[in-house]
Design a protein around this ligand. Structure first.
Ligand code: ATP
Ligand code: MG
Length: 557
């Protein structure tokens, strides 16, 4: 039971109620039912965390069921990617199942329904069927084929499936009620003809079942106790229940319940639109670090823990809402702060020379790997006369609010010494190519001297010129500049693409401890943010992605 939780979400309340009313706990069973027509996104993660989370709470099995009833859009690549993403999030499914496994059973049930006068083949074109459906306030018109003899429908269905008819020539419809106030009950379509090879059943079928005629029956066959879907299916619930009544032969009747879709600000989440971004080259694939996909977030440096924590923070709701992407970024920072080793990297380097530091001397300074994690230990950082610092960390003269390096003022170099700006050398264009400074030899960090305890305004990160290694750093920003890019009536979501969503810094210098990093390793670069090694990275060409800055800077821009 879920008593240990602070407060139950409304789905858990429904389950608790069912248990109280006699549903045995060992009958609880859930499923996550992706359609393999794209990669999973952060919206799916809400459903994954909900279903698999319930599985954990109640120690109940959760099936992974691919809802693969539309061969026109589905592919094995997507099946593989979906499995990888769920496993990466740390969830284990009980059985891997496919709606296509039930095609024969569904067909047999459809034949039964025709025999019982509850389904018929309609030979009218789709537009005609749509016209006759009526409106919510006006009853529909019955099809002239509605009361044809069962033998005719049986014969036609068989021939539809042999491939004797064109796509769209006819459909199988349930015979329910053309005057129902619920439009979904007005003789919904059960089968349509599709002359397409299916990624699992090949050319075996020429008729494919519709979602409504598949989902509930799959739930019933698998004895799923609670079938959780998003709100747009609420009005389908009577149909879901009607179809289950028709095929019911004992056992548990699955219960469909609905929750609000997760929407996220500054992005789009429909798979159709994500596919368009990929196919038109607005991003570099489904796992582009700017995509709201699980694979994109992984490549961006997000941890499963951050995604799961985000799901808990954003919660499960009964009403449509938009979650601020800043909450997702917050969840990333919160986890990365605990686990990411600290390293120094200089993105836009300028040379800093410490004139009074001995020319050939190299010192190894002790630097803490992670102040948030005592077990993370220390590393050695080389220090020498020639260094790099961020170009932005120096101004020849600046006002009192500039706490970085200027001429005549002191700052601390992190883990090292206090230095004072002395002079600059510029090229013919007036650009600074060298900053000269002096250091206070008694001010070494952690040395305990009075000089080392002296307070100075700023602390800068740095690397040595000699020991530092080059790297390519990819700085990602939000993919869209608008909070709701697909929320504009007369404007296409592509108009709101952020032209600066990717900036590449090829001149970055890293401390030498980063030489042997592997793709997927995450770090905090001092003062810059959290970074992850990209799969493109090689020892001779290191590539990092910025996951997120240390603080939320977006609102200020
Ligand atoms: P899309 O409209 O983007 O294609 P979908 O709902 O058709 O999404 P499915 O693969 O059918 O995608 O979804 C699998 C499961 O994940 C379903 O149970 C669906 O309700 C749920 N799901 C999909 N998108 C979201 C979302 N944004 N928030 C919460 N759950 C979602
Ligand atoms: Mg769907």
């Amino acid at each position: 039971m879920a008593e240990d939780k602070k407060s139950l979400n409304f789905i858990e309340q429904i389950i608790e109620e069912d248990l109280k009313n006699g549903l045995p706990k060992d009958k609880l069973r859930f499923r996550f039912p992706p359609e393999p027509n794209g990669y999973l996104h952060i919206g799916h993660a809400a459903s994954i965390c909900l279903n698999f989370g319930l599985g954990r709470t109640y120690q109940a099995p959760v099936n992974l069921r691919f809802d693969d009833t539309n061969p026109a859009k589905e592919e094995q690549e997507y099946v593989d990617a979906i499995k990888k993403d769920i496993a990466w999030l740390g969830f284990e499914w009980d059985k891997e199942l496919y709606a296509s496994d039930y095609f024969q059973q569904l067909y047999d049930w459809a034949v039964e329904m025709i025999k019982q006068g509850k389904a018929y083949v309609d030979e009218q074109p789709q537009e005609k069927i749509n016209e006759q459906r009526g409106t919510p306030t006006q009853p529909g018109i019955e099809s002239p084929y509605r009361n044809r003899p069962a033998e005719e429908s049986l014969d036609l269905l068989e021939r539809m499936n042999k491939g004797e008819f064109e796509e769209g020539a006819m459909v199988l419809r349930a015979k329910i009620d053309m005057a129902s106030p619920n439009m979904h009950m007005r003789d919904p379509i059960m089968y349509r003809i599709l002359h397409r090879a299916h990624h699992r059943t090949g050319d075996h079928w020429k008729v494919y079942p519709m979602y409504d005629w598949t989902h509930g029956q799959s739930d019933y066959l698998e004895q799923v106790s609670h079938s959780l879907c998003t709100l747009e299916f609420k009005s389908h619930r009577p149909l879901y229940e009607w179809f289950i009544e028709q095929v019911y032969s004992g056992g548990l009747k699955p219960k469909q319940r609905e929750f609000a879709r997760r929407n996220l600000s500054y992005t789009v989440m429909s798979k159709r639109k994500l596919l368009q971004l990929v196919e038109e080259g607005h991003v570099n694939g489904w796992d582009d670090p700017r995509m709201p996909t699980i694979s994109g977030l992984r490549r961006r440096g997000y941890t499963p823990e951050a995604i799961i924590n985000f799901s808990e923070l954003s919660g499960i709701s009964k009403r449509e809402n938009v979650t601020d992407v800043a909450l997702l970024e917050f969840a990333a920072r919160e986890h990365l702060n605990k686990i990411a080793p600290r390293r120094m990297a200089v993105l836009n380097p300028v040379k800093l020379i410490i004139d009074n530091y001995p020319e050939d001397k190299v010192e190894y300074l002790k630097a803490e790997n992670n102040p948030e994690d005592d077990s993370a230990g220390y590393r050695d950082l080389p220090f020498a006369r020639e260094l790099y610092i961020e170009r932005d960390d120096f101004k020849e003269s600046a006002n009192r609010k500039f706490f970085r390096l200027t001429l005549g003022k002191e700052v601390r170099l992190k883990n090292a010494y206090i230095i004072k700006g002395e002079s600059v050398i510029k090229d013919e264009n007036g650009e600074i190519i060298e900053i000269h400074a002096t250091y206070d030899p008694l001010s070494k960090s952690g040395s305990g001297t009075p000089e080392s305890k002296r307070k100075v305004k700023g602390t800068l990160h740095w690397v040595t010129a000699e020991h530092s290694i080059p790297a390519e750093i990819r700085i990602y920003d939000r993919l869209f500049i608008d909070e709701a890019p697909d929320g504009h009536k007369d404007r296409n979501f592509l108009e709101f693409l952020n032209p600066n969503s990717l900036q590449i810094d090829r001149k970055a210098r890293l401390e030498p401890n980063l030489q042997d990093v592997k793709p997927g390793e995450r770090f905090q670069f001092t003062r810059l943010g959290y970074f992850v090694v990209d799969p493109d990275s090689k020892p001779e060409h290191l590539v990092f992605n910025r996951t997120v800055t240390l603080r939320d800077t977006w609102k200020k821009k």
